[in-house]
Design a protein around this ligand. Structure first.
Ligand code: NDP
Length: 321
């Protein structure tokens, strides 16, 4: 028997229950993986609340790192004991079955804990900077929640590729942290004039905004863009963007908009290898380092969600198994 967090009905943090379950043997093409570390992500909150819709019961969580305990028929390229990371739903558990196609062998330099802190969030930064809007050295961008899990990785990666990242964060301390990790500027977006501040810092507007905050920032983000700029809305920590019309893009100068998700960018084995490989390269070079703000045992998952939702966290939170 092995423990897993199970949600029988979506809702508040009280729906996160810990149960025993039989994992079973891996089927053809599968691996059995024992997690040692699980990464907490804001998407876990959306699933728990039912925002992204899913059948119940389900095991929440989107990423884990651990080692292989058994291998199914036909699996090639993996052996028992290999350390692997997975960005696959159902991660809040001690042990699980995963399609081998979705597992990534960890290089020596990346510990299991580091992997749980960077895989989902770091691959997100990869596709945002290199694929969603391929930002070029010397360009500037606006990146919200710059002291968060994705945010602090983005600050470091931007500096490494000579991108002037203007961050936002909810406190002065968080802004300082973003600056310490490579942001060129950071604005407290609880200030009423944050849009004016960003426009001034960018000399009249940025070519791209990476917005994961959603409802509370959408209008301001659009106002920070230059004509023909790109609005990349990739999350909704403050609530989903509902009141949106295409005219809002026209009136600000023929803007472009994308609502991406990481899962599109790592859908095939080749894509996953490329995006993870890029991430491992910036970690190996020392340009991007994991920032772990909080560690909690898996049994305290509800407290971990509370801290994330209360905006108390910085960097990544890790659930230890
Ligand atoms: P974070 O650690 O960044 O936590 C979210 C942060 O959002 C908070 O710390 C807070 O920072 C800020 N925030 C602003 N308003 C609110 C609010 N009303 N309630 C809660 N938080 C708020 O989380 P992650 O690093 O896990 O994820 C960052 C974002 O990126 C999330 O929206 C997530 O869904 C999205 N994401 C999207 C992906 C995709 O492919 N589409 C993939 C990965 C992540 P502050 O106090 O500084 O305002």
């Amino acid at each position: 028997m092995s423990k897993a967090v199970v949600i029988h009905q979506t809702g508040g943090r009280e729906v996160l229950t810990i149960e025993d379950r039989e994992v079973g043997m891996p089927g053809p093409g599968q691996l059995r993986i024992r997690n040692t570390h699980i990464g907490l992500n804001y998407i876990d909150v959306y699933f728990r609340e039912g925002l992204y819709g899913t059948d119940t019961p389900f095991v929440p969580g989107a990423e884990g790192a651990g080692y292989i305990t058994d291998i199914g028929e036909g699996v090639k390229g993996f052996k028992v004991g290999d350390r692997v990371a997975t960005v696959v739903n159902g991660a809040y558990c001690e042990e699980r079955l995963v399609e081998a196609d979705k597992a990534v062998i960890l290089p020596e330099e990346v510990s299991n804990e580091a992997a749980a802190a960077i895989m989902l969030k770091g691959m997100t930064v990869q596709y945002l900077f290199k694929q969603s809007y391929a930002i070029q050295p010397g360009q500037s961008c606006l990146f919200h929640a710059a002291a968060g899990g994705v945010g602090l990785l983005a600050c470091q990666w931007a500096k490494a590729i000579n991108v002037k990242l203007i961050g936002t964060a909810g406190t002065g301390e968080k802004c300082q942290l973003a600056l310490d990790h490579g942001a060129a500027h950071c604005v407290n977006y609880r200030d009423e004039d944050w849009v004016e501040q960003v426009r001034e810092l960018s000399g009249g507007g940025v070519p791209v905004v990476y917005d994961s905050v959603g409802k509370s920032t959408v209008e301001g983000s659009l106002d920070c863009l230059k004509p023909l700029g790109y609005f990349i809305t990739f999350g909704n920590a403050s609530g989903p963007v509902r009141d949106f019309s295409a005219a809002m893009l026209a009136s600000r100068g023929s803007l472009y908009m994308q609502r991406p998700t990481l899962f599109t960018y790592i859908a095939s084995r080749a894509q996953l290898n490329r995006v993870a490989g890029d991430l491992f390269n910036v970690v190996r070079s020392g340009d991007v380092k994991p920032v772990i703000g909080r560690r909690l045992p898996l049994a305290e998952v509800a407290e971990a969600h509370r801290g994330l939702e209360a905006r108390e966290t910085i960097g990544s939170t890790i659930l230890e198994v």
